[in-house]
Ligand binder design. Sequence first.
Ligand code: SF4
Length: 311
Amino acid sequence: MIIKLLFPRGFCAGVYRATSALDAALNKYGAPVYVYHEIVHNKWVVDYFRQKGAAFVNSLDDIPDGSVTLFSAHGVSPQIEQQAKEKNLRYIDASCPLVQKVHREARRFVQQGYSVVLIGHPHHDEVVGVQGEAPDKIFIVKSKESIDALPLTAKDKVAYITQTTLSLDESAAIIEYLKSRFPNIVGPTVKDICYATQNRQNAIKTAANEFNQKNLVVKAVVVGSSNSSNSIRLTEIAKQQNIPAFLIDSPADINSDDFTDADVVLLTAGASAHESVVEQVVKYFQSTFDARIEEARICEESTFFPAPILP
Ligand code: SF4
């Protein structure tokens, strides 16, 4: 068995920024540091910080007034920021700069009089936060059917923006459909789907294409949690190439029977998955299947976002 260790994989610049900010806040203020929503959508990371003293909440009502609070990498709506001010929270905004960019685009389009179609998953923290910029002007769509149901006509002034962690191929198809329904629709000058999402998707797609043509039994393992949008997209891309794909939080989630016939396992990790878990998975395949490790790099990454300044 060969383990193809794909690169880029795992932590992106936005996740490094958010987790570094939480680390720094815990060191400076001590426990508890409240975190609005999961700092990133990954069970290992959330458990790690919970043990260090982070208290994760889904409502600011659960935070005592004046407490140190961190907003997660997925960002928040203006309403949440306002509520934090009213509660005198000492808050740190750890939202990814690339998510902040989507907020700015939403505000700009609304200020210019557009109705904004936000392509994304309706209950995802990032999408909820962006829609909060103008709840009655921003419409969430995730499929052609939801576009058909929009209360907008071809004569309306319409713009689109996207969640940062979508599938490149699926969002391209949805944008094409939007353009056919709204010929004058405008979009962002630079794509919203972030560099890390694109690179991780391209890596698994390239490897899947390569090995599928060699008549081998190929399977894919994605380290990531079931609520991680970008991790789920990686499994979908493998499955679209007829490669069985398994999303796992840790080696404990692996059923060895699923891999006894595999010649090649493509191993990658979502943008919120920690490299130490990838290392555990590598060890699992080495000890269970005597697997050989080979690396497959499709590009380098150098994006870095400095951590936010603590109050
Ligand atoms: S996946 Fe992209 S948008 Fe999300 S935190 Fe990472 S860099 Fe930012």
